[in-house]
Design a protein around this ligand. Sequence first.
Ligand code: NAG
Ligand code: NAG
Ligand code: NAG
Ligand code: NAG
Ligand code: NAG
Ligand code: NAG
Ligand code: NAG
Ligand code: NAG
Ligand code: NAG
Length: 886
Amino acid sequence: MMQVLLLLAFLAIMSGVGTTQAQVFTPTDDILLSCGSSANVTVDDGRVFVPDNSSSSNTLLTAPQGTTVVGSTVQNNANLDYPNLVSSARFFTEKSSYTFKVSSGRHWVRLYFYPFPSGNFTPNASFFSLSANQFTLLNNFSCVAFSSFDKPLVFREYLINVTSPTLVLSFSPQPNSYAFINALEVVSMPSNLLTDDATLVGQQAPQTLGLPGIALQTMYRINVGGASVSPQNDSQGLYRSWEPDSNYIFAAATGAVGSVQFSLIKYGNDPTYIAPPAVYATARTLGGSQTVTLSYNISWVFPVDLGYTYFVRLHFCEIIDSAINQRVFNVYINNQTVLSNFDVIAVVGNPDVVLYEDFAAPMFTGPDANLWVQMGPAPSATVKDAILNGLEVFKMNNSAGGLSGPNPSVTLSSPSTVVAPTGGGSKQNLGVIIGVVVGGVAAVVVLAAFIYYCCSRKPKLAKKPTPPMWLPLPLHGSSSDTSRGMTHSHKSGKSGAGSYVSSVPSNMGRFFTFAELQEATNNFDESLLLGVGGFGKVYKGEIDDGSKVAVKRGNPQSEQGLAEFQTEIEMLSKLRHRHLVSLIGYCDDSKEMILVYDYMSKGPLRSHLYGTKLPNLSWKQRLEICIGAARGLHYLHTGAAQSIIHRDVKTTNILLDENFVAKVADFGLSKTGPSLEQTHVSTAVKGSFGYLDPEYFRRQQLTEKSDVYSFGVVLMEVLCARPAINPALPREQVNMAEWALKWQKMGMLDQIKDTRLAGACNPESLRKFGDIAEKCLAEQGIDRPPMGDVLWNLEYALQLQESSSENFAGTSEGTDALLDNASMDNTFSANDSLSQPGYPQPRANQSVEPSLTFSTEHSLGVSEGTGSEDASAGDIFSQLVHPEGR
Ligand SMILES: *[C@@H]1O[C@H](CO)[C@@H](O)[C@H](O)[C@H]1NC(C)=O
Ligand SMILES: *[C@@H]1O[C@H](CO)[C@@H](O)[C@H](O)[C@H]1NC(C)=O
Ligand SMILES: *[C@@H]1O[C@H](CO)[C@@H](O)[C@H](O)[C@H]1NC(C)=O
Ligand SMILES: *[C@@H]1O[C@H](CO)[C@@H](O)[C@H](O)[C@H]1NC(C)=O
Ligand SMILES: *[C@@H]1O[C@H](CO)[C@@H](O)[C@H](O)[C@H]1NC(C)=O
Ligand SMILES: *[C@@H]1O[C@H](CO)[C@@H](O)[C@H](O)[C@H]1NC(C)=O
Ligand SMILES: *[C@@H]1O[C@H](CO)[C@@H](O)[C@H](O)[C@H]1NC(C)=O
Ligand SMILES: *[C@@H]1O[C@H](CO)[C@@H](O)[C@H](O)[C@H]1NC(C)=O
Ligand SMILES: *[C@@H]1O[C@H](CO)[C@@H](O)[C@H](O)[C@H]1NC(C)=O
């Protein structure tokens, strides 16, 4: 047993070591020529191209006397790659050749053509053929037909196994025409990059293709779901370039993209140069777990030339899920199943391990010259998803040893225009997804708390100079606040209204008689009901001059209610802050427990996010609301002599006034925080499911960081516009924090953002926001930032949004920014993956114990409830009903 464990540990360590070591490939032959230039040319990636006439032992240029000249041009097209390399060219008017003395084995032959006029040479007059030993690479090639303003450089890459001592590249211009070339490379390739077995499309088992004798041309090399990878950033020494897949996606189903840190990628037995980590670390999926109910394909379409067989290599790496059976899918090439019930982890055993599969697709006839690659969930799969990280398409020589294709007609522009535009695709997807989410939420009755709006008081408040918001205000409020109602407070003492009086702090605001509040609420008219919670009912009322208030009437039979009543009064009477709901007064007459609050006319934040028909909040508004709430919480934590932990931070406890200023409400569960010598308060777990700090839950120790966690959930809820717990969703989505964190860690949080934010939301700001939320949701309280930091970061996110809002036109995918982000900050630490070898951990494992994930968003710790099964009743104490919502 011990030995097995040791072996496992050893293997874990070995695989860990294996990941970090990149194999550097040193080519035997490395001939880089800048044709027609008089000096060495160093390109951006550091490689040096030498002039093609430099005396060199391995290169020989042969041309009939006087038939080759050189030319150069001045470059001013910003779209031109390698401008300094291709601004010179060699022109041939007769058959001419370069002979390279090379070792045997497969070589890259890379050709750079940039058509520019020089002397009598006009590009549209150039037609020529090019062969490499027995293979015809180009035939009657018109370079200008392939060149466009957007992509002026015509680049060709071939993979040729050289079996003779020399490789001869021969240029044959058509009569009265000319051939030319700007630069070329002949470089040895690793011999194990192509193995001679691939599955022929339409057949079941892999078979040998005879690859050693076949020359290939690279048609497409795609970093699926990622950005382009420059030759410099390809695996060491291979200098391939990878392009994004977005131009090749067919129709609107673009799925979702994601990424992990490059260093996570493990190569197993494959050489690290199979494809760079940048390719494996990004992927496209059907949309992750969001699309669980949908079955659709993502399709890529690649225009090719008919008459050839194509070698298709698919690169897979499961960077998102961690266990087998989570993503079982089919892959189709040209509408034929080539992989069925494919499960990447089932094949390689672990997440983040690379895998590639090779196929050969004959394309001799067909409705059109398009190669289709599609993936979609296996019909039997429980989770509807699929993943692809990279894709390469090579053309294989035909029986005549040819690889050439026809010239495009002049009207045809770049090949990618054949493919349907992809813009808006992900939006459409998300539309469906959010539709599902909102549908699930519709049943949730959303509602609101204590409220008040005092006409006489408001102008005064507005004019009061406000100190910087995160600075603590003096306790007990300003003099104007405390003066109000002091006499009433005294009166309350005189009224001798039962046992509660002693519990009520003496400085706590206005005392109302029961009769006053009966009048204010039309004798607690049910039509004025704003909400129902565990504590009791909340009514809208009007006092004195017609000022609107929210009147919360406790259930006198409830012991719990009494405790909360006292806590609330105690807390609120000590606190005055622009971002805390103000207590106006109370009534403890006739064994009643009634609290009177500011009326917050816009109701709870939640009702502006989902489940109602209220207008959408913009990203800026959402940020401002989050900032307001963060200020309120920061004040609670730091503003008083002893910090106060709210303990029930959630979107129904953040109320909005008529100007959308956020105020934190409901202090019924609040506790004063640890004093200096304590680090935490031990207490029975209270709070609301979905918002509950997992650490608090496990250890029953309360710190301010528990509020920070809950606030992190609020941030995600603001972004994703769905309930913290939605049991109607598939299991892995039920807990929003867990789900959103998973997306955030993949750098794909933007994929699950509220669709109604699309376009209006600056990606940098969103990224910042995601980072803060992620930090708030850290598993350990100690890793979570204090509210002051959260506040500062949110303000920074707002600045990013504001500074961009003038010019920001919205990006179609906004993922590039998130991709960098993922590579920088998404540290699934090595510990994560090594902690339990062979038993991959879910990436986001901060969830509340699953057995406790109740069917709705119940609050804990309060036995009282209205008994109703709907969520409004489950949310204790302070349900708010948006007044306009009724
Ligand atoms: C190569 O060609 C350049 C440009 O025509 C010329 O300046 C140079 O002298 C040539 N070098 C050799 C070694 O022939
Ligand atoms: C050009 O580059 C080659 C290879 O890097 C080097 O050997 C040679 O010295 C360089 N020539 C000049 C003139 O810099
Ligand atoms: C070739 O291009 C030049 C200038 O771009 C144009 O004047 C000429 O007519 C073209 N010739 C042909 C045969 O298309
Ligand atoms: C070469 O291609 C051009 C059009 O791209 C065509 O007009 C011409 O006839 C071709 N020449 C030969 C010899 O096939
Ligand atoms: C190149 O061809 C030779 C002869 O057919 C063969 O032995 C060798 O394995 C091939 N090399 C590669 C990398 O395919
Ligand atoms: C290569 O990657 C690094 C870091 O990943 C990036 O900063 C750099 O811009 C990339 N270079 C190119 C030419 O893409
Ligand atoms: C595959 O199916 C698509 C649409 O379903 C069609 O447009 C395409 O022509 C088909 N491809 C082949 C090679 O049959
Ligand atoms: C996915 O594509 C394959 C091959 O074209 C097709 O047979 C299958 O029906 C498609 N699945 C869906 C859900 O569209
Ligand atoms: C590729 O070209 C070689 C050399 O001309 C030839 O022997 C071989 O049969 C060709 N391959 C195919 C698949 O036609």
